[in-house]
Design a protein. Structure first.
Length: 287
């Protein structure tokens, strides 16, 4: 499990000059995330500008570019109700710069990792600085409470997935499967929600949860399958084991059409066919 160390970097550019006037870097500590790293970069940049400026200098416009949309959104809530220490420190630096004669300070979001030259250079500076900071340097940086919670959530999730992959229960092939982000994924929102319910086994139209809800959540609810009536109704039973004649005929018909065996594996392999099976099986109950 990685420790999620990071480093923040800020660079000052004046006008259209593509050479930075200076570069500031600082360690972000352990258990960090992109939001904390980006807010640290903005903070150290504004803090250095605040020390450079003096009352009486010509009024200038300062634009802070960041690729963290979450940071820009957090700053929009204003300085009074800030609970984040770094965001509050950013606002203090902004007030100091205004007091020293700045005309305006703007925060502008830019997309990351898409070839913006100045953003590429500052990311490279942060990466180079990260390699120079040792573990003891990172440990000296205070850790935000939100980062600790996020770190252990990620650690618990990684442990859970490793257990699934090691023990290989029914849900392992579903839970550990990558998301379908292909362009041909044309399922609508309702279909995707139903597919997620079927994959988890907690579905309001099929399986034990449907039987429990239909009996008003009483402890002694009727667990029997609505099709065959022989075993407890679960998603796995209906897709894999139910021997009701209509369900068997439906499996055979879909297998002849698609060339695949209709089991719970098709919830991952062929979601469209799995949803057709689900809808057709329910239609038998309404006839």
């Amino acid at each position: 499990m990685r420790t999620r160390t990071g480093a923040g970097a800020a660079q000052l550019y004046i006008g259209q000059d593509e050479q930075p006037k200076w570069t500031e870097c600082a360690p972000a500590g352990n258990c960090t995330d992109s939001f904390a790293t980006e807010s640290l970069a903005v903070l150290i940049g504004l803090a250095k500008i605040a020390k450079m400026r003096r009352p009486g200098v010509n009024k200038q416009v300062i634009v802070v570019y960041t690729d963290s949309l979450a940071l820009v959104t957090a700053l929009q809530s204003g300085p009074i109700r800030q609970r984040d220490v770094q965001i509050a420190a950013i606002w203090r630096s902004v007030y100091t710069i205004y007091h020293n004669g700045a005309k305006r300070i703007s925060f502008q979001w830019i997309p990351s990792h898409c070839g913006v030259p100045r953003n590429v250079r500052v990311d490279a500076a942060a990466g180079q600085a990260l390699t120079q900071y040792g573990s003891m340097t990172q440990r000296k940086v205070p850790v935000r409470y939100q980062n600790i919670v996020s770190y252990y959530k990620e650690k618990s999730k990684a442990y859970y997935l490793s257990v699934l992959q090691r023990q290989q229960p029914f849900r392992a092939s579903i839970t550990t499967a990558p998301a379908n982000l292909k362009n041909d994924n044309a399922l609508g929102r309702r279909a995707q929600a139903k597919l997620a319910q079927l994959r988890s086994g907690v579905c309001n139209t099929m399986g034990y949860y449907q039987r429990l809800a239909a009996d008003h959540f009483r402890p002694g609810y009727n667990r029997r399958c609505r099709w065959c009536g022989l075993q407890d109704e679960t998603v796995q039973h209906v897709y894999n084991e139910c021997d009701d004649l209509q369900i068997v005929a439906l499996r055979d018909g879909l297998r002849a059409t698609t060339g695949w065996e209709i089991t719970t594996e098709c919830l991952v392999r062929d979601p469209n066919t799995a949803l057709i099976f689900h809808d057709q099986a329910l239609s038998y109950l309404r006839h």
